[in-house]
Write a protein that binds this ligand. Structure first.
Ligand SMILES: [Zn+2]
Length: 352
């Protein structure tokens, strides 16, 4: 993966390039993105740039042995940590599993689409009905990796995807390494929810904000099978908003029913994230800041919906979607959650 292969986020790329060229590479980066924005791709491109044997001023060569190894994710001095549990593809006691058990599946997913969403990872791992965790066993496996001498003389990359899914015990194991970095070892943490990352971890990292991609940038990334899901979320989101604008509670409840019927909890969570972005766009329209909205041809729909809704709606609705997301993580029954969601949205849309 070269920087040139990744659309957008020129600021982040430049910061990484400057870091590498100045020789002052922070040993732990915390990349914060709205999911699907390319933070993992940027992290991989950075590791590749650091290790490339023929880098140009602004990018890795993409041709040398190390570039090939990193692009194929077969570079020996890299490790990927992500939330796991036992599931249909890997069984056994969840507490004993490490990401090594899932490494081939993870590698295949990243090679196919490094912009994958949380629900796509869960589906690939076969754990879509469960919440994954970064286990203590995984913490131990990272420490084990760090205790071994590197295979190459290049930079070692430890990627932690979703450090927010790490409990205190695992975090404690990693703190020392984050505090006293080893030579030529870089931690790249990628979060979708920085507030939930344990603060002792956050404070040892250099934060970098990865900006959401525009629709055009997203379109430039080849994605297999995901567009269908996104347009389904879009359709459900729009009907929900249209129902509450039309003051039709029954119709809104029907959409709630359809949401409860999405075939996995991960999809329901992905919908809540999508809807959160949607209400953010509504807010931009109601505050006459529509130039900041990330839309491509949908402006009329948002403009008209924003006009029909009270000004307080987007903020209140955003809280409703994020609360639903949290409750989904706690395994509350989806039928009840989405019925409540529709009723709440109906109520706040009526507050003039
Ligand atoms: Zn190279």
């Amino acid at each position: 993966m070269r920087f040139a292969d990744i659309p957008g986020n020129e600021g982040v790329k430049q910061a990484m390039i400057n870091m590498a060229r100045s020789g002052r590479v922070h040993h732990a980066l915390l990349l914060y993105e709205n999911e699907g924005s390319g933070a993992l791709a940027l992290g991989l491109a950075f590791l590749q740039y650091l290790n490339c044997s023929e880098p140009s001023g602004e990018d890795s060569c993409g041709e040398c042995h190390t570039c090939h190894q990193i692009s194929r994710l077969s570079y020996p001095d890299m490790r990927f940590t992500f939330p796991i549990t036992s599931g249909s593809k890997v069984s056994g006691a969840a507490k004993d599993l490490t990401c090594d058990d899932y490494a081939p599946i993870f590698r295949e997913l990243v090679l196919k689409n490094p912009y994958f969403m949380e629900n796509e990872l869960s589906a690939a791992l076969g754990i879509e009905k469960k919440s994954g965790l970064i286990t203590v066993a995984e913490g131990r496996a990272i420490m084990q990796k760090l205790s071994l001498a590197p295979v190459t003389d290049g930079w070692r990359g430890i990627f932690i995807w979703l450090p927010e899914k790490m409990n205190q015990q695992t975090a404690n194991m990693l703190l020392k390494s984050l505090e006293e970095p080893q030579e030529k070892t870089i931690f790249i943490l990628i979060t979708h929810n920085p507030e939930s990352v344990i603060s002792t971890i956050t404070s040892r990292c250099q934060g970098m904000r990865v900006m959401p991609l525009t629709k055009a940038q997203r379109a430039s990334i080849k994605r297999d099978g995901d567009e269908g899901e996104v347009s389904q979320y879009e359709e459900l989101f729009k009907s929900l908003i249209e129902c509450v604008c039309a003051r039709d509670l029954q119709a809104a409840l029907d959409v709630g029913e359809a949401l409860a019927g999405l075939d996995s909890r991960e999809k329901q969570k992905a919908f809540c994230i999508f809807a959160g972005e949607g209400v953010r766009n509504l807010m931009l329209f109601s505050r006459k800041m529509e130039s900041l909205a990330d839309l491509d041809g949908d402006e009329d729909w948002y403009r008209s919906a924003a006009k029909k809704l009270p000004e307080s709606f987007p903020e209140a609705a955003s809280a409703v979607f994020s609360r639903t997301y949290t409750m989904l993580e706690r395994n509350v029954l989806a039928k009840i959650l989405f019925c409540n969601l529709a009723t709440r949205l109906y109520a706040i849309a009526g507050q003039k």
